[in-house]
Design a binder for this molecule. Sequence first.
Ligand SMILES: NC(=O)c1ccc[n+]([C@@H]2O[C@H](COP(=O)([O-])OP(=O)(O)OC[C@H]3O[C@@H](n4cnc5c(N)ncnc54)[C@H](O)[C@@H]3O)[C@@H](O)[C@H]2O)c1
Length: 270
Amino acid sequence: MPASLFDLSDEIAVVIGGTGGLGGAMAHALADAGARVAVVGRSAERGSQRVAAIESQGGKAMFQSADALSPDSLAAARDRITTEWGTPTVLVNAAGGNHPQATLPPGADFCDLPLDAWRHVFDLNLVGGVLLPCQVFGKVMLSAGRGSIVNIASMSGMIPLSRVVAYSAAKAAVINLTQFLAREWATRGIRVNAISPGFFPAEQNRALLYNEDGSLSERGSQIIGHTPMARFGKPEELGGAIVWLASPAASSFVTGQNIVVDGGFSSVTI
Ligand SMILES: NC(=O)c1ccc[n+]([C@@H]2O[C@H](COP(=O)([O-])OP(=O)(O)OC[C@H]3O[C@@H](n4cnc5c(N)ncnc54)[C@H](O)[C@@H]3O)[C@@H](O)[C@H]2O)c1
């Protein structure tokens, strides 16, 4: 029995999209639990800020630049992390988000949804968000015979939300691909799970949730009205779920699951 079910000091975690709001908070939580954390993303400035924040609290972190949509760039980041620290044991896929043109304006017709925007959202959330990182990092984790992969899906991947149709459909595919990989790799030492956040204000959804003056948008109010906890989530509230799923001691028999962190949004109809 390990000293603590939630001690991650043997883990080397990679957080793709750790430059963003939710990925950054999960990187912090993993580092707080003792993991060495590689923050991976496109912005060196934001990545370095995240690393500095983790280090200022006594955690161990590094930034590696990569574009999740480029297999070569992901492989280069993987190789640099492996050289410096060893084979990653935890992969968090938190690069993703919506595209303004893939959100139907109020009253607009689905038939007019631009194909380019649809493809952009599927590429980002499914291809760069899950497929490529799982292939690139999965290869070395499979060779090592141990690891935990956590894909960040969305509550809207289970219940399609109005207007954000491409995003909801892409996240549904993320949940399905998570289940596929869980079965595929279950006997090879790799667990694959998803976390589905509800509504957490972040860069990619701020314009949908708030008006320019900072007040709640009509949609933001509707969402809070439908959330039993009557508020949005705070990024650090994903910390418990990510540390649990990353921990080989705490979640050793958990794979193929979709853990919903949404203040109860998806549990009620009215
Ligand atoms: N915020 C929410 O309410 C919410 C709800 C459900 C799911 N999610 C999901 O959580 C994840 C994180 O989103 P967030 O809300 O923190 O948004 P965010 O925009 O703050 O973070 C996303 C990060 O991904 C990075 N990224 C985008 N494309 C990339 C690429 N090609 N290569 C590398 N990095 C790339 C961005 O630069 C950004 O740092 C996403 O998958 C999002 O869909 C968010």
